[in-house]
Design a protein around this ligand. Sequence first.
Ligand code: MIG
Length: 674
Amino acid sequence: MIKKYSFGRHIPSYATVKEIAAEKGLPGYFRTEEAPEKICFSFRMEKEDAVFGLGEQTRGINKRGWSYTSRNTDDNVHTENKTSLYGAHNFFVVSGKRTFGAFFDCPGEIAFDIGYTDTEVLSVSLSRGFDLYIVDGGGILEIVKEFRGLIGQSYIPPKWAFGFGQSRWGYTCEEDIRQVAEGYRREGMSLDCIYLDIDYMEGFKDFTVSRERFPEFERLVSDMKSEGIRLVLIIDAAVKVEKGYSVYEEGIKNGYFCKDEEGNPYVVGVWPGDSVLPDVLNTEAREWFGGKYRTLLDMGIEGFWNDMNEPAIFYSKKRFSGFMENFMPEFAEEYFRTKENGLPIETYNHFKDRVKELENNAEDYAEFYHDADGTTVSHAEVHNLYGYHMTKAAAEYFRTYNPDKRYLLFSRSSSIGMHRYGGVWTGDNASWWTHILLNLKQLPSLNMCGFLYVGADLGGFMYNVTEDLLLRWFALGIFVPLMRNHSALGTRAQECYRFKNKETFKNFLDIRYGLIPYLYSEYVRCALNGDMLFKPLSFVYTEDERAKATEDQLLFGESLMIAPVYEQNAIGRYVYLPERMKLVRMTSTEHYTEEILERGDWFIPVALDEIVFFIREGKVLPLAGPGRNADEIDEDNLRWVKFIEQDTVYRILRDDGYSLKDIGEKFVAITVKK
Ligand code: MIG
């Protein structure tokens, strides 16, 4: 059951799809304290209570013991001291003596203190202008399902989006792209798409292609497609200020950009230099911005990733000018005055702090405004909706462009509601072993909040990768819907064909493609039913204390449990089996061994060239024969890995992989003999 409580009006956030009448009075479970500005809800946690959810966040699956902030942030150092990343996913479930869910439908900032200040107290504080939904009844999975019904069906990408994609910041010309395709082809490694980062554009201008570096872009797109590879393009939130650039000119003419207090377009510095931000909270402006994707769709592009849409601001023009005009002369003067005797460290530190303050400054966010369909609202109040609405702009346009086709679309910044329009990638992680585990932990939390099409930059975005890190990360990534290898400019190149163990990468990719029928079927089933694709063990083995504390294994779909290795030089790892399962050890789709293991703790050796997973009792796994890409895998001769004592039915999705129509009716029941 869901109950809604309203605390003042807010700009429509489009998080939910069901109209529920607001209750009178205050919500149960919480103690509510109302100050004139802030409202604080607190809940006394029992010793055994765990708190799950909050989507894309730092730390554990159980969020207890830290504080988290919903404030979408462009921060490329994802360490444990942080309290927010790129998303605002304001849903959690308290599980223990009393089990209930809470969703704060609020477009602005929220502070979640989950046993940080007081280990026994969970508190949520936020400003007026939000709805609180309390979800009760049943266990965690029922609560999540009920909540997912409230927020609507998750995005379903085209089938090819379950293939593998190679990306890198720094592919700058046609030759770079052809080389990547050639590298994968040469080694017989499957590949569905190559991602183009900001370097394909002309001067970082959205919806342009550099004709100097991509003279025959349309031909490149079609050549690649004939090799079975699609190009996926990045789009940044900020639009370059430039006379004659049609996107800028049209937006200015129609007043489609966010404005300052005086009503002038608010200018920020991002990749293109001076830029303006499309007012995606305004329906007309949003439709206009979405329509701009057409230029690229007309060139044959079928997939996009939306970046810098927190929105990220390197500096606002105003703050930068203030810095240059006020502080710079002061610093310069101080410098020359003290030069002889040595510059005081305070001066340097002051200078450094001032420079740092330019980036993503909270005061800047409060200085520009949206025209939310007639209501002028400060950006700060609706900050967390920006990435969502930028992505909605694109998704809505795709439906107009071709109503019967699914496009690949995912975003860096998001809030709940966006899960209906696209997926997310988890942003600028690092080539750190701890980030394999962070990747794993974020999966179920994101699923709870409706985000099923998710993935992390495999190998890590920041810093230098090593071959073993990439292999171990792939051994998790092959199970994850968005499987993409991506890395930052200036870091060690990490395309699979560059490494020594080419054969292993090829085999891992073959296994991924072998898994696609299962991954795709499970994915769509979860999207249609409001289920989670990745579940923590404790959501299923509810009475098992050990399961509750297991944070490095996940259930994947109805049949599998995964337990990747996430430490360097490990020869394997301990795995907790909450029940009897069958261990499957694969080096390729043809070469694998099976072993039934009883419930309990096992040390499982896992070599660098092995994929290990577990099949639950009574379950089966279909495996397709490899293919160059997702369209070409052999699904007619499925191999079945099974742990059954009697014939079992598996429902597999057999659709065209592109259209939206009646997808729920495209499941075929296959009887698997024991
Ligand atoms: O300021 O486009 O998260 O994936 O490669 C960095 C360059 C901007 C951040 C994205 C990353 C992308 C990078 N972008």
